[in-house]
Design a binder for this molecule. Structure first.
Ligand code: BGC
Length: 407
């Protein structure tokens, strides 16, 4: 048996817009209504009302931690107008976790923003940081006793999503392609990969780092939380001749953000697959029979690769795996993937890398940013009745948690 460190967090992650439903004051909701090819989040899986049941299922399985987000667009539906009722809603979620012995890991911002913020220039606006800081300050009023807080989810992926949305607006007639889902056609895959650097506009990336630091300062001053943010890790490798290009691409796509974690209390590593870089750029995921439902290659080893890279660039900031999982209809494959990923994670821990927890993406099948087909969940949900059906992988991960180890 392979044992993990004492007090290791074992759990699952979610994001508000993907599970709650009717996030009507957000930029995403508005975008969904006008974007060709984008499926609607609608009621999502109604976790806004059913969070008690969801957290109970997680606890009953034997997991000890739940990562969820608080939704800025609900808490501040109009500039400077905060909803006490929505803040109380999220506090009830925190309290429910604590009652069940579940350690909450809270994300303050997961891809979505209030619509008014987006209309006012979004993250590119000169006063974007001031607006976010005002929200973070308000959010601290419900964070008493919360140990782990992430300011933002995947600022690097967020930059990519912003660019994809901008392109949609520019190219009339274009179909929505979420950056979290690979395109079907070889041409589109090629284009998306090769253009990835243009997604990560360095001005916006540096701005995200500054905004994160400002939020961290507020959280440190007003709470006892350990503060970090979560980064999309590409587990990139060099194809022969691609060594220099790898460094360049990896810096723009993620290292600038890992560097921004230095001085944080922890960093969230989010890894799903691995990709090569050749002399001309990022190589599209090869199409293989076992590719996932989001078109990425089956690479459970990406987790260990990502953790090793993260610890190197952050210079040893403690790590929580805040996302790792697979979009598949085959739950046995999910278990296989997670088992292999955890073996790799354990190698990294055995080499002295400081990892505090593993939170699987994701608890519930959910809205994958404009697509409903890719299912990453440990629990299936009937989208008409909202009935939850735990998959064998939930019990499997719960048993890993109970043993604090893999067989
Ligand atoms: C995001 C999630 C997303 C997941 C799977 C991450 O990029 O944080 O919101 O659903 O990956 O694609």
């Amino acid at each position: 048996m392979t044992t993990f460190p004492n007090g290791f967090l074992w759990g699952a992650s979610t994001a508000p817009h993907q599970i709650e439903g009717n996030n009507v004051n957000s930029d995403w909701w508005a975008q969904e209504q006008v974007t060709p090819g984008m499926e609607l989040s609608g009621d999502a899986v109604d976790s806004y009302h059913r969070y008690r049941e969801d957290i109970q299922l997680l606890a009953d399985a034997g997991l000890n931690s739940y990562r969820f987000g608080i939704e800025w667009a609900r808490i501040e539906p109009l500039p400077g107008r905060f909803s006490k009722a929505e803040l109380a809603h999220y506090r009830r979620m925190i309290d429910h976790c604590v009652e069940l012995g579940i350690t909450p890991v809270i994300t303050l911002q997961h891809f979505t923003t209030p619509l008014w913020f987006a209309k006012d220039g979004g993250w590119s606006a000169a006063d974007a940081s001031d607006k976010f800081e005002r929200f973070v300050t308000e959010a601290t009023t419900i964070l008493d006793g919360v140990e782990w807080v992430a300011t933002m989810n995947e600022p690097n992926m967020q930059a990519a999503i912003m660019t994809a949305m901008k392109r949609m607006q520019e190219q009339a007639g274009g179909q929505w392609q979420s950056p979290t889902v690979e395109a079907d056609s070889d041409e589109d895959r090629e284009q998306a990969s090769r253009n990835f650097l243009t997604y990560a506009d360095p001005t916006i990336s540096r701005k995200f780092v500054d905004i994160h630091h400002a939020a961290r300062e507020i959280l440190h001053a007003r709470t006892d939380a350990k503060v970090g943010w979560t980064i999309a890790a590409g587990a990139l490798t060099a194809a022969p001749g691609g060594e220099a290009k790898l460094e360049e691409i990896r810096y723009g796509k993620e290292d600038i953000f890992w560097e921004g974690s230095r001085g944080d209390d922890w960093v969230g590593v989010q890894a799903y697959s691995s990709q090569e870089v050749d002399a001309t750029g990022l190589v599209p995921h090869p199409k293989r029979p076992d590719n996932t439902l989001v078109g990425t290659t089956y690479r459970p080893d990406s987790l260990e690769m990502a953790v090793r890279h993260a610890t190197e660039v952050t210079q040893g900031v403690p790590i929580i795996i805040t996302e790792n999982g697979i979009a598949t209809r085959d739950d046995a494959q999910r278990i296989r993937y997670t088992d292999e990923a955890l073996q790799g994670l354990h190698h990294a821990i055995s080499d002295g890398i400081d990892v505090r927890g593993y939170l699987h993406w994701t608890l519930l099948d959910n809205f994958e940013w404009g697509h409903w087909e890719p299912t990453f969940g440990l629990i299936a949900v009937d989208r008409d009745t909202f009935e939850r059906s735990p998959k064998p992988s939930l019990a499997w991960l719960g048993a890993v948690a109970a043993r604090n180890g893999i067989a």
